[in-house]
Design a protein around this ligand. Structure first.
Ligand code: NAP
Length: 344
């Protein structure tokens, strides 16, 4: 049984129920919304395990960001008659990818962003995919280009991502943007959406990052690697765990901030978590559950029921990082359009 005391991570203003101006990462310029007014992240006791525990509400934060973006999109349209445009290229018929693309389209529509989807058959050649990428690079009504990953295995992901104009690379996966993210003192044009969403949640819940021990499980280009760079850029001391790491639980137990992006259902148990830690669960895993309406349900990489007895705050799955990923995509698309049209 863990005894949990005041979280060392919480900014004093949270403990006093007051708000400090929220910081922004990358190019998002969002308001300093007092998004968690009334939350108490600080006090927890072993006799009342859930007292003071915070469920980090990505759905609510994502909606609030999307609402702000919608206002900015209308302002831009009214002032210079430009609507941000996002092009999404989907190759193949993976059900999960098709569903992400549908969600992105819906989110664009509700924020007033123009969205153009290209759905190509599984056996498309690299040249066919590149043809669309290049045409969107040259299309002045398109400000963001996203190639849905993973691509079918016969396609060279590197060649295709590298063909996207880095100034329209709203997913942030172009090697130039990835490289700049990894360099001290440099800033990429775009930061990948899921990692950016994780950090934005930490900011919105006023979690202190500087000087804290952060552990990231996973080192993929999409999540683990960029989120580790972002945490390091914010002066956390970062350790990355991967599939060959021995005794990962010994490392995670030292983390003030734990970000799990391994794609392994319920891998992180309560005993892996430092009391009072803030946990961001990126994992989206489908598991069988005979009690669920369709016999399956979605869980994260963290065993939520155990984690919420130990952590001071955690993102749920679903409803945590997922909605933030989409909100960050809208934000990157708006930023791109503003930059291209020099609109303040
Ligand atoms: P990925 O490309 O498969 O990478 C997984 C990473 O986790 C790899 O670095 C792997 O290590 C590591 N790993 C796997 N098993 C491990 C284990 N048992 N112990 C320690 N490390 C382990 O996956 P991804 O694209 O980064 O996605 C990770 C998860 O996040 C998935 O569940 C995915 O669905 C989810 N996701 C969610 C969002 C969202 O918006 N919420 C967005 C993207 C992804 P190696 O490098 O050694 O192989």
């Amino acid at each position: 049984m863990f005894t949990v005391s005041t979280s060392p991570l919480l900014h004093p203003s949270i403990r006093n129920n007051a708000f400090m101006p929220r910081r922004c990462i990358g190019h998002i310029r969002l308001h300093t919304t007092p998004s968690i007014r009334g939350c108490t992240l600080s006090i927890r006791s072993s006799s009342s395990p859930d007292a003071g525990f915070t469920c980090i509400d990505g759905k609510k934060e994502g909606k609030s960001i999307s609402d702000e973006i919608k206002i900015e999109v209308s302002r831009m349209d009214a002032s210079i008659h430009v609507v941000p445009g996002l092009a999404v290229i989907l190759v193949g018929d993976r059900e999960d990818s098709a569903s992400y693309v549908r969600n992105k389209k819906k989110a664009c529509e509700s924020a007033g962003i123009k969205s153009v989807d290209v759905c190509l058959p599984e056996d498309s050649s690299e040249e066919e995919v590149l043809k669309y990428v290049l045409s969107f690079n040259n299309d002045p009504t398109i400000h963001g280009i996203l190639v849905q990953l993973p691509l079918p295995s016969h396609l060279n992901e590197h060649n295709i991502l590298k063909a996207i104009n880095p100034k329209k690379d709203v997913d942030g996966f172009h090697p130039q943007n990835m490289g700049l993210l990894a360099m001290r003192g440099r800033e990429p044009d775009f930061v990948p959406c899921t990692p950016k969403g994780c950090i934005e949640l930490l900011h919105r819940y006023n979690v202190e990052i500087e000087g804290k021990r952060a552990v990231v499980i996973g080192r993929s280009n999409i999540v683990g690697m960029p989120v580790a760079h972002l945490l390091q850029n914010e002066d956390a001391t970062v350790t990355t765990i991967h599939s060959k790491t021995k005794n990962p639980e010994e490392i995670t137990r030292e983390a003030d901030i734990l970000i799990a992006a391994a794609g392994q259902p319920n891998m992180v148990r309560g005993s892996w978590i430092k009391p009072g830690a803030v946990v961001i669960d990126v994992g989206i895993n489908h598991i069988d559950d005979l009690n669920a309406p369709r016999g399956r349900r979605v869980v994260g990489d963290v065993c939520y029921e155990e984690a919420c007895k130990v952590a001071s705050a955690i993102t749920p799955v679903p409803g945590g990082v997922g909605p933030m990923t989409i909100a960050m995509l809208l934000s990157n698309t708006l930023t791109s359009a503003k930059r291209i049209h020099e609109f303040e």
